[in-house]
Write a protein that binds this ligand. Structure first.
Ligand code: AMP
Ligand code: MG
Length: 473
C-alpha cells in the first residue's frame, strides 16, 4: 500500500517571511533503521513498505501533500544574541491533525543544507540520530512533554566530523510545533511588527486558544516551562543547550543535543563539551528558563499599546516565575519521597536527602527508586548518612495513605544512562542495532521493575563513565 500522510500544512500558509521553501537533498542509499508504528498509528499515517518509508523519511521522495520548508528564527546562544538562525539541517515536511485532534509537525533532521545552514553541511550522523530517538521516546514514556521520534533512516553516505568520516542518518521527529522563543525574537529584532502579530495570532490559535492578550500568553508559557523544567529536575535530566532557540512555546522538550541524565547526584553537573562555564548545569536550569522567559517577554512588548506598562506587567510575571518553578519542584520531589502534599516540611526533607546524596555520591535514579524497592542506604558512601535521614522520613510517611504507589509512579527504575546510550551507538556503528532496539523496548516502561533488564539499572563503572557529551551536529 502507498504511504499516506494526511498533511494539512498551516505554517506553509503563513507569509514568506516565516520560512524558505526547500526540498531535501537526495542521499545515495537510504535504508530504514526504525519506524515508530505506534506513533504512526496515532498520527493516522498509513501504508508504506520499508523502501517507501526509507525514501520518504530520508527526504529522497517528498510525500504527497508535504510542502517542505526551512523555518527561520533567531535566538540567544549561551547568552549572546544571533539575529538570524533557522533550520540549518532540518525541514518541516508539513503538519497533520492526529487522532486526538492535536496538530503535529513532521520534521526531517539531517536532510541537507538550507539557506540557514551557515557553515554547516545540513547533515546528521548516526550517533545523534539514535540518541535523540532513544532519549526523546524515553522522555515521553517518563510522562514528560517532548518531541517524539517517528523514523530513523541511514543515508548510505558519510558525514565528516571531528572524529573523521561517520555514517549519515536522518531523524524524523514529531512536535506539537517548532515555534520557539527565538521565532518571536526573530521578528521582534527586525521590528517586523506585522509578522510578529501574525506569529502571535498563529501561536495563540494553535497552542493557547483561550488566551486573551500577550501578557496572558506569557503567563501560560511560563507555567508550562516551569512545569517542564521541574519535571526534568525530578528525573535528573540536563538539557545541555537551553538557548532561546531551543525553548519551545508549546512547553515540550526540544532539540536533544548534548543532553544527559545524571548518574551520581551532584547539583552542578554539566556534560556538554561546549558549556565551559556551566550555564546549563543541572541546577542552573531553573534560573536559565527564567532568563529565557524574560527574552520571550521582551519580544512580546512591541505587541502592546503602551510599552512602559507592558514592561511593568511582564516583569512582574517573570519575577513570579521562580516561585512557580519552586511549587512545581516541590510537588514533583515530594511525590518522589511518597508525600501527596507538597508542604515546606516535605520540601525540607527532600532538600536534606539531596544534600546527603551529593555528599554520599549516591546514584540519583537508583536512590529514589530504592526508597520503595529497598536498599537505598547502599547507595551512599556512608550509609549512616541515609539512616539518620530515614528515621525522620519514616515518621513522616507513616501519616500518608499510599506512599508506595506515589513513589513507584514518580521514581523511574530505568532511564537512558549515558554509558548505555554510548555503548548502543558503538554497537550500531559496528552494524548491530539490537542494543538500540532493546533500549527502546525497555525504556518504554520506565516505571516497571524489569528483572530481565537489571543490567540497565546499573550505574557506570569508573571506566564507563561518560564525562562529556557533544552537540552531535
Ligand atoms: P542547535 O544548537 O543544535 O539547536 O543548533 C543551532 C543552529 O545551528 C540551528 O540553527 C541549526 O539548524 C544549526 N546547525 C546545527 N548543526 C548543523 C549542521 N550540521 N548543518 C547546518 N546547520 C546546523
Ligand atoms: Mg536548535
Amino acid at each position: 500500500m502507498h504511504l499516506a500522510i494526511p498533511f494539512d500544512n498551516s505554517y506553509a500558509r503563513l507569509p514568506e517571511q516565516f520560512y524558505t521553501r526547500q526540498v531535501a537533498t537526495r542521499v545515495c542509499a537510504p535504508r530504514l533503521i526504525r519506524f515508530n508504528d505506534g506513533l504512526a498509528a496515532e498520527l493516522g499515517i498509513a501504508g508504506g513498505d520499508e523502501a517507501a518509508l526509507a525514501a520518504a523519511f530520508s527526504g529522497n521522495e517528498t510525500p504527497k501533500g508535504a510542502e517542505p520548508l526551512a523555518q527561520v528564527y533567531a535566538g540567544h546562544q549561551f547568552g549572546g544574541f544571533s539575529p538570524q538562525l533557522g533550520d540549518g539541517r532540518a525541514l518541516l515536511l508539513g503538519e497533520l491533525v492526529d487522532n486526538t485532534g492535536q496538530r503535529r509537525d513532521i520534521q526531517l533532521k539531517g536532510s541537507g543544507p538550507t539557506p540557514y545552514s551557515r557553515m554547516g553541511d545540513g547533515r546528521a550522523w548516526l550517533g545523534p540520530v539514535l540518541r535523540e530517538y532513544v532519549v526523546s521516546e524515553a522522555m515521553h514514556a517518563l510522562g514528560i512533554p517532548s518531541t517524539r521520534a517517528l523514523a530513523a533512516v541511514s543515508t548510505g553516505e558519510q558525514v565528516w566530523r571531528e572524529a573523521g568520516a561517520l555514517p549519515g542518518a536522518v531523524l524524523t521527529r514529531v512536535a506539537s510545533s517548532h515555534i520557539r522563543v527565538g521565532t518571536f525574537q526573530y521578528f521582534a529584532a527586525r521590528r517586523d511588527l506585522a509578522s510578529l502579530r501574525t506569529l502571535y495570532d498563529y501561536t495563540v490559535a494553535r497552542h493557547y486558544p483561550h488566551v486573551e492578550d500577550p501578557a496572558h500568553l506569557l503567563s501560560e508559557v511560563i507555567g508550562r516551562q516551569a512545569r517542564l523544567v521541574a519535571s526534568w529536575l525530578s528525573v535528573g535530566f540536563i538539557h545541555g543547550v537551553m538557548n532561546t532557540d531551543n525553548t519551545a512555546i508549546s512547553g515540550e522538550t526540544i532539540d536533544y543535543g548534548p543532553c544527559a541524565f545524571m548518574d551520581t547526584y551532584h547539583p552542578q553537573t554539566v556534560y556538554s563539551s561546549i558549556d565551559a562555564h556551566g550555564r546549563y548545569a543541572y541546577d542552573n536550569q531553573a534560573n536559565v528558563i527564567v532568563w529565557n522567559m524574560a527574552q520571550f517577554a521582551t519580544a512580546l512588548v512591541p505587541l502592546m499599546p503602551d510599552a512602559g506598562a507592558a514592561v511593568e506587567e511582564f516583569t512582574a510575571l517573570v519575577h513570579a516565575m521562580p516561585d512557580r518553578i519552586e511549587a512545581e519542584w516541590r510537588r514533583a520531589f515530594c511525590a518522589k519521597i511518597g508525600l501527596a502534599k507538597a508542604g515546606p516540611e516535605g520540601a525540607a526533607l527532600v532538600g536534606d536527602l539531596l544534600a546527603r546524596m551529593a555528599d554520599g555520591q549516591a546514584d540519583f535514579t537508583n536512590t529514589f527508586r530504592a526508597l520503595v524497592s529497598g536498599g537505598a542506604r547502599d547507595q551512599f558512601l556512608d550509609p549512616m548518612a541515609f539512616d539518620t535521614w530515614e528515621e525522620g522520613w519514616r515518621t513522616r510517611i507513616a501519616r500518608e495513605a499510599d506512599p508506595e504507589s506515589l513513589m513507584r509512579a514518580a521514581n523511574p527504575a530505568l532511564i537512558p544512562r549515558n554509558h548505555q546510550v554510548e555503548e548502543m551507538i558503538q554497537s550500531a556503528l559496528a552494524g548491530d542495532f539490537a542494543p538500540f532496539e532493546r533500549l527502546l523496548h525497555v525504556l518504554s516502561r520506565p516505571f516497571e521493575d524489569q528483572p530481565e533488564a537489571a543490567d540497565l539499572t546499573r550505574p557506570p563503572r569508573p571506566s564507563e563513565v561518560v564525562r562529556q557529551t557533544f552537540c552531535g551536529t
